[in-house]
Design a protein around this ligand. Structure first.
Ligand code: AMP
Length: 213
């Protein structure tokens, strides 16, 4: 199986897709947002920066990612939320070359801003196992209100899912991350998916993964 980079604006479904691929195909998902949130529990400065919707310094993100990749061995992995800038993409290219890992495929989820905003403001997450739910879509709602189906923890809204912070994160995405679409397209590794129905996205990505065994 190929390694996968998920490239998408905030709340486009990267986490949901990553969870699905892990369960179905045995991928390991690496979310730099989750790694940073874990780190931020011990670092108030970092926590404050993250809550502002700004991007975190490349070196901090890179050290966390490197440590995680080193532990992985040969298990195929999904990068969720990394790289976020062209400089991170270049650093990552050099890192995997040194580690003899392959880039794999870059899946770009192309979702409209208004749809994203609605998703964000109706999204709940489990702070323990990271499962995500929606209070808008019945199919994605938790069985019991505000309780995680998987581990029964109390569900919360992520601090940076508030509407005004979403706007900042989206701006940050447009400025810093969207140039990566052309960057990876020019390398011939980009696959664009424009469906908003997640079951269609799952179907398309599954056939992509199956075709590249
Ligand atoms: P996410 O969970 O991917 O939406 O990330 C949440 C927050 O973590 C972002 O708004 C950034 O502040 C930070 N973050 C996550 N990944 C990166 C990255 N690759 N580079 C810089 N900051 C990041």
């Amino acid at each position: 199986m190929q390694n996968i980079i998920l490239l998408a604006p905030p709340a486009a479904g990267k986490g949901t897709l990553a969870n699905y691929l892990c369960e179905k195909f045995g991928y390991v998902s690496i979310s730099t947002g989750d790694l940073l949130r874990e780190e931020a529990k011990k670092n108030k400065e970092l926590e404050k920066l993250m809550h502002s919707g700004k991007l975190i310094d490349d070196n901090i993100v890179f050290e966390l990612l490197k440590a995680k990749l080193n532990k992985l061995g040969n298990t195929p992995y999904i990068l969720d939320g990394f790289p976020r800038t062209e400089s991170q993409a270049v650093m990552y290219g050099e890192l995997i070359q040194n580690m003899s890992k392959k880039l794999g495929v870059v899946i770009y989820l192309d979702v409209d801003k208004n749809e994203l905003k609605t998703r964000v403001t109706t999204r709940l997450i489990c702070p323990n196992c990271k499962a995500t739910y929606s209070i808008r879509e019945k199919r994605l709602a938790p069985k019991k209100d505000f309780v995680c189906d998987k581990c029964e923890s109390k569900l919360i809204q992520r601090e940076d899912d508030k509407e005004e912070i979403f706007d900042k994160r989206y701006e940050e995405y447009l400025t810093s991350t969207s140039p990566l679409i052309d960057y990876y397209d020019s390398k011939g590794v980009l696959v664009k998916i424009s469906d908003t129905d997640m079951s269609l996205v799952f179907e398309k990505v599954s056939s992509l993964v199956n075709n590249n065994d």
